[in-house]
Design a protein around this ligand. Sequence first.
Ligand code: FAD
Ligand code: NAP
Ligand code: SF4
Length: 683
Amino acid sequence: MTTASPATASTPRHAAYPHLLQPLDLGFCTLPNRVLMGSMHTGLEDKAADFPKLAAYFAERAAGGVGLIVTGGFSPNIVGWLKPFGGTLRWPWEVRKHRQVTRAVHDNGSRICLQILHSGRYGYHPLQVAPSRLKAPINPFTPRALSARGIERQVAAFVRTAQLARDGGYDGVEVMGSEGYLLNQFTAPRTNKRDDAWGGDATRRMRFAVEIVRRIREACGPDFIIVYRLSMLDLVDNGLAWDEVVQQAQAIEAAGATLINTGIGWHEARVPTISTSVPRAAFTGITARLKPHVGLPLVTTNRINMPDVAEAILARGDADMVSMARPLLADPEWVNKAREQRADDINTCIACNQACLDHVFQNRRASCLVNPRACAETELDYRPTATPRRIAVVGAGPAGLACATVAGERGHHVTLFDAHAEIGGQFNLAKRIPGKEEFHETLRYFGRRIDQTGVQLRLGTTADAAALSSFDAVVLATGIKPRGVDIPGAAHAKVVSYVDVLSGRVVPGRRVAIIGAGGIGFDVAEFLVQEGESPSLNAKAWRAEWGVDLAYGENRGGLVAPRPEPPAREVWLLQRSPGKPGRRLGKTTGWIHRATLKSRQVKMLGGVEYLGVDDGGLAIRVEGVEQVLPVDHVVVCAGQEPYRPLADALPATDVHVIGGAEVAAELDAKRAIAQGSRLAAEL
Ligand code: FAD
Ligand code: NAP
Ligand code: SF4
């Protein structure tokens, strides 16, 4: 078995990304490149009826050139369920449905491993088990502590699932040993309080994981890929110490693993690990630290989304492969585009979690904000049209961009109008928020798509009824107008809109109140407290801000006291409804926004009554107590109303209204892009 080595004279070199596109010899098989599609639950794993959709989803990624795919997690038994009736592989008759997946992947030239995931105390059901009877802070259920016989039964279940995976045509398995799931619960003193053969010192805590790998190797033979996902940075108190991480990796290698994949952070950790504000490749340094200690290839992960980022990691020798899950949801052709030196054509994952992880946590099928076809490959078809038409799309925000480019791809003659000098609509404001720099990528991608699909772009052009009269169909994607506030002093010079602030027309003073604590209010607060370089563009500064210590200098788990930058302004973030602001933010990201503002000393108040604005500031009443916030500016982020003045001016036939122009309430780019794409697929 060989580990990372750049191309030699006998192997082909790829000009742009020689390390990324270098084959990897695993001894008994050779992967064509260094891209592993990381495990990600899609919601299609749980019912047999969904397997044709799952097969189509993986088939597109296999055809897109990925070297090795790992499925979402399947439990080895019902006590290891993630949720009641979650996907398992534990009986011979379940093998048949998996063959649809493995055949689809092999027919398209790739390889696939099944991830075996035992949730332990993270299982959202009362049957859950764990090394010790300790409830997870993110789960209402308390686990039952496993007996020694119970532990043997879990090991046997892992082995049986691996054998069934082999029968089902999988090239191997990934054993999930990180993110705070059962194996990680055994390895860490935080959750393993046993003093028998399965707990106590590090060797006994890791015995469960090592035994599973050893016995899978024994049962499945030498030519079966075993990926072990090892938690290299727990990011929780009383997690593993660094010497224990090294010891575990060496024991897992000796037990017969083929690859070690990197796991970062338990689900209960209070440090973001994959959200858009996490700098690209912020954690790969930890894989690099492990590299000299093991001989088998290492896979690194988290916030790697573009080929230049992946190439730099591999060229530095930090790892032998990169794992990406969401970037391949966003663009199944990612690897082929890199190979063809078309990185600018990649539909980049912006790490928003809005359509993938947030959906999974809501028990909905995953998809992707920038690619609504993800997990809907059999349903959303951009087939060429038999009857090309002349279509006008008014508004080049996310809804209009998606609609125009899909219609253009299908062969329609599309003209796209925007009143502004650049495409993007509100994304041009969003991309200025610290931590949302990735939004630039979506605009770059749509710019390329406009060129490639032959869409005629008319920027700086406010479309009117006369300009639209000659088209066969008109799509109004004219977006929104910000809602004003109806309070005394609303016309005072201190009162400005979020558009004024984010566009740079107004530079607020040192003390600012924000009216409205929705997604935009939170973003504006983050914009106001940050001065200078965004921590999301500087991994070292970001790690200091969140207390991540790759050197494990002080504590187990890689944690150190956070050192947030002082706020650039004194900010109040206000809402009328009672309770804590931010409760309606995204499931997997809302806590990050709240924690960021808290660390920057933003005062977040609910149950606020706005009494008025004058030269002295903003007068408010909270729980019957009046006070004046002595602010220089009041930024209004009070939601939005649809903007569609053209709707009534056009003849009724074949006019479609989409995005914020149709419904502004609870609008986001996920809805805008999906609606635009779906409409264009039907036009
Ligand atoms: P818009 O983006 O509003 O685009 C409408 C376009 O129509 C504009 O470019 C306008 O110039 C043009 N137009 C209007 N009338 C005419 C005319 N007559 N002729 C020509 N052109 C016209 N969403 C998320 O999902 N996730 C986020 O993290 C997120 N963050 C955000 C952060 C901020 C600061 C802001 C402001 C928004 C954010 N959003 C986010 C919301 C997201 O940007 C919107 O939901 C999305 O832009 C709506 O798309 P749209 O195409 O409907 O409208
Ligand atoms: P929003 O989420 O609807 O929030 C509007 C805020 O204004 C609320 O806090 C509301 O709370 C307050 N408000 C409403 N009417 C008001 C009035 N008349 N006077 C005073 N306050 C009023 O809207 P938004 O923040 O403008 O965001 C727009 C859309 O963009 C959202 O749907 C959101 O999904 C999307 N977005 C998403 C993200 C993201 O990270 N996913 C980020 C930004 C934006 P009270 O009524 O309690 O005061
Ligand atoms: Fe990436 Fe957002 Fe798509 Fe998820 S929804 S894959 S985070 S772009």
